[in-house]
Design a protein. Structure first.
Length: 281
């Protein structure tokens, strides 16, 4: 069962200590979101061997950069935001940070709750998540699943932090994360490909390549924003564009014909789902 909670809310009142392990693109996006929602930088400790200048600059506002684990006793949340390729090194190294009331939140693709818990102290509360790249502009969506050790309070706290970069959905079945990865985790690449091939098709139809690129980019971006703001579903919005016998209808006959976009997308998502399962072992 999937449940969605409230969106981002102010973090001015958050008195908990947060540890961010990894301040790369996704970690920095989360940190920026937290600070933007009013979280006191003094509540945050960042573990990163090569922090960006922007992250390092937050030290002047109280953020603790690469502190000794003993200086951060029993943090409320430990967010592990590194690439899955370095999980075998980073997760055990983060284990000394885990306190009795800590919850560990992973954004590493393919790393299961069991594999994470196995590298952490026994009984650790763990949440596995799958964010996507629009989180960098606060328009991402993250799907999360918790192990049995996570309390209602810990889940609420994790939700507030994850919501700083966009919408948050929760699932009870961890197996769904493979399909989630295929749809929303990898999905931005599918949308970017659409803009890419639409521009190429415009150029093939005779438009100057730079104009075709601008038209495709603005059309995909604007349509996405309309879908975001409109109460109508995607099918209804699509139907609203197409007049019977018109130009859009002619194009949709091609895109929606046999072996066209819908079955192609199903095969693509199925392939990504299979690969996610393979990577998870």
């Amino acid at each position: 069962m999937t449940t969605s909670g409230a969106g981002a809310s102010s973090l001015h009142d958050l008195a908990a200590t947060i540890v961010l392990v990894g301040a790369g693109k996704m970690g920095s996006a989360m940190l920026d979101g937290w600070i933007g929602l009013g979280l006191d930088p003094a509540r945050v400790a960042v573990i990163d061997p090569q922090p960006s200048p922007a992250t390092a600059a937050l030290a002047a506002r109280g953020l603790r950069l690469n502190p000794d684990p003993r200086a951060v006793p029993d943090p409320a949340v430990i967010v592990i935001a590194v690439k899955p390729q370095v999980a075998a090194e980073v997760v055990p190294a983060a284990a000394p940070l885990v306190g009795r009331s800590s919850v560990v939140v992973s954004i590493m693709a393919g790393k299961t709750l069991a594999s994470l818990a196995g590298a952490l102290p026994a009984g650790t509360a763990v949440i596995r998540t799958m964010p996507n790249t629009p989180a960098a502009i606060g328009r991402g969506i993250t799907v999360a699943v918790a192990n049995a050790r996570v309390s209602a309070h810990q889940r609420d706290l994790a939700h507030r932090l994850l919501a700083a970069t966009g919408a948050v959905e929760w699932v009870a079945d961890e197996a769904l994360l493979d399909a989630v990865t295929a749809v929303s985790g990898s999905g931005p690449a599918y949308v970017f490909l659409l803009a890419e091939v639409l521009a190429q098709a415009g150029a093939a139809a005779g438009l100057p390549a730079d104009l075709a690129g601008r038209l495709a980019r603005a059309t995909v971006a604007g349509s996405g924003e309309l879908l975001h703001r409109s109460p109508l579903d995607a099918e209804t919005l699509r139907r609203n564009v197409a007049s019977p016998g018109g130009t859009t209808a002619a194009a949709l006959e091609v895109l929606m014909g046999k072996d066209a976009l819908a079955p192609l997308m199903q095969r693509a998502v199925a392939a990504a789902t299979r690969r996610s399962r393979e990577l998870a072992g």
